[in-house]
Every structure is written in C-alpha cells, then in structure tokens.
Design a protein around this ligand. Structure first.
Ligand code: PLP
Length: 364
C-alpha cells in the first residue's frame, strides 16, 4: 500500500491532527481492560461537553454516522408508529428509508434541495398525525444548508413528539446545544469537524427518549444497535461485554476530543466561520456562485455552482492528481452541477483555502 498524502477538502473525512494519528499507534489494551474503561469514560464526558448536554445516555456507536442514524430510529420507533421526517437532501431521504424499515408510517416534509425546511410545513405535518418523533438533518452535507432547529424543536415538543437530529456535519464546527434546544436523540460522526478517523458515531439520548425506550412493547429489531444492551458496556457498575470495541479508533477519538476542548468550542466555531468567509471571497472572485442563500450556508460545507464552460469532473480529477487536493462533487439532482468544498476541523485553515484557490486559479 502506498497511498498519497492528500489534502482533504471534500464532504468528509477531513484531515486529522498528527497527535490523533500518533495516538492510534498506541499498543492495544483489551476492550474490558480497566484502563480502557477509563478511556471510554473520558470519551463519554468529552462527548457530553462538546454536545453541550448532561444526558447520561451519551456514548459512541462503534460504527459510522449511518449506524448512529439507525441507532436513533430503531430504538425509538416501533411498527405502526408515526414519524415526521424532514427531507431536504440525501440524508433526510436516508432517515425516511430507515424509519420505513422500522415499520413506521412516515409523514414526509420536503424542501427543495439547497433550501431549509419551512417550519410552517412542519407545523401542518405534526398537526395531521400522532407523531412519535420528528427527525431532521441539522447540516445537510449534500447541499450545504444549515437548518435552524429551535422553532421546529418547540413545535415538536408541543405536539408531544421526540426531536431526533442528524448532526454528523455540524458537530464541533458550528453551534449545537443539545439540552438548550430540546434535542431528544442525536447522532454524529467522527470524521468531519471533530477530525478523528471515520467509523465512530457519537450519540446522545434525553430522559424523554430513554423513557420511550424503556416502555417499548417490542424488542429492538437490531441486536447490535439495541441500546438496552449497549448501554451496559458504556456505563453502570458491571460494564458488561457487548462487542469488541475498536480500541485504536477510540484512542484517536479521545485525542481528537481533547484537541477540540483545548481550542474551545466558541473559538472552533469562529475559526470555521472565518475560513468559510476567506474561501467565499476567493471563490466569488473567480466567478463562482453559492447554491445556498447566505443566512443558511454551512461554514464547513461550501456548495458552489459550476460556472459555464468548466468541466467539473476534469477539474476535480486534476486537483487530485496534480495537487493532491480532494473536493466533493454534487449528489442527486446536483450531480455534475455543484462542488462541495469542505472546511472541516483540521481542514478549516487559511492554508487549506489558499492551496485550493491557487490550484483552482492555475487549472481554470
Ligand atoms: C448529514 C450526514 N448524515 C449522515 C451521514 C452518514 O455518515 P457515514 O458516512 O459516516 O455513515 C453523513 C455522511 O456524510 C452526513 O453527511
């Protein structure tokens, strides 16, 4: 194996700090070693801090963001439940697919890709059913939209439903207040603004969500993701074996969390914003237009339309082949029409922006 040293500026994974990479070379301990249980405790408390929550049921699923998504839905939904699912891109579509596979009746609230979900439509959907939960993507990586959550959270509570949030791309890159915003279940990923290797999914459940879990009438249909069992590995007196944790990835996650907290959440969010503005000015100077209206733009995922006459696939290939820079192409209706440029975690630096701008100017 002789892979290149890339500059990761796509929709994730992002570049990883050398401290995190070095930590992965730490000799293994067993997954029930008392020293590893302390590592898990550290991860749990730092995950709570970075998610701004006191939820005791906060831990990391040993699988990527999609498994976090599935964890939230399979534990909270039972066959016959009604679920309002908001769809404004690829990941809302995935949420709806999983909810249907749980046997739920899915009520979809949709918005054009590139725009946020309209709270008025959410209100109508909630009023028209008996929702067990509403699920929504905070940072839609397929389009670059930052979805405001507070108003929708209030409506969801008023309807007596749980609020489930996808924070895979927003976590550690922009404000995310689990407790203050009334989020009941949330999942994220390790590989975006946290800048840890891919393959882990931080999740958190509120007391209301735990009550729903405790009062299920049917067994959770997924053995691996059933929280009633996994939680005994992450907390409690017994710390029972559930599965063999990915030890090295957990070491890395712990170090990445330490780096986030050393920087401070507010500083980290400001850094993401500042580098987004630097990139925006550069791209607009080259004639690019953003897909998303200014107030709803994600700082860590910049979706720009491809200007007339630019061969998008060829430019991306040349960026990778000649400059080792990875950026993302469009998905679904935007395939071939936009680029998705990530400024996530360790990749949100002026150096990254300047490297990409210089390469783009040379190629275009
Ligand atoms: C918003 C969002 N949700 C869910 C996922 C799925 O995460 P993973 O690819 O880690 O399974 C992604 C991945 O890009 C994402 O951006």
């Amino acid at each position: 194996m002789n892979t290149s040293t890339r500059v990761l500026m796509g929709p994730g994974p992002s570049d990883v700090h050398p401290r995190v990479l070095r930590t992965m070379a730490t000799p293994l301990v067993g997954h029930l070693d008392p020293e590893f249980l302390v590592v898990m405790d550290d991860i749990k408390s730092m995950t709570q801090e970075t998610l701004q929550t006191n939820n005791p049921l906060t831990f990391v699923v040993s699988a990527p963001g999609s498994a976090g998504m599935e964890t939230c839905l399979v534990n909270l939904l039972e066959p016959g439940d009604e679920a309002v699912i908001c769809i404004h891109g690829v990941f809302g579509t995935r949420l709806a697919d999983i909810a249907e596979r749980c046997g739920a009746k899915v009520i979809k609230v949709e918005a054009d890709w590139g725009t946020p979900i309209d709270p008025e439509e959410v209100k109508q959907a909630l009023a028209g059913c008996k929702p067990k939960l509403l699920a929504i993507v905070h940072a839609e990586t397929s389009t670059g939209v930052l979805q405001p959550l507070e108003e929708i959270s209030k409506m969801t509570k008023d309807a007596g439903a749980l609020l489930v949030v996808d924070a895979v791309t927003s976590y550690c890159g922009t404000d995310l207040k689990v407790d203050e915003w009334g989020i009941d279940a949330l999942y994220s990923g390790s590989q975006k603004c946290l800048s840890a290797p891919p393959g882990l999914s931080p999740v958190t459940f509120s007391q209301d969500a735990v009550d729903v879990l405790d009062n299920r009438k049917t067994k959770v249909q997924s053995w691996f993701l059933d929280l009633t069992m996994v939680k005994n590995y992450w907390s409690g007196a017994k710390r029972a074996y559930h599965h063999t944790a990915p030890i090295s990835a957990m070491f890395a996650m712990r170090e990445a969390l330490r780096i986030v907290l050393e920087e401070g959440l507010e500083n980290r969010f400001a850094r993401h914003r500042k580098n987004h503005e630097l990139l925006r000015d550069g791209l607009e100077g080259l004639g690019f237009e953003f897909l998303v209206e200014k107030q709803y733009r994600l700082p860590m995922l910049n979706a720009v339309r491809i200007p007339e006459g630019v061969d998008e696939a060829l430019v991306r290939k040349r960026l990778l082949d000649e400059y080792n820079i990875e950026i993302g192409g469009g998905l679904g209706p935007y395939a071939g029409k936009i680029w998705r440029i990530g400024l996530m975690g360790e990749s949100a630096t002026p150096n990254h922006v300047n490297m990409l701008m210089a390469a783009l100017k040379a190629i275009i």
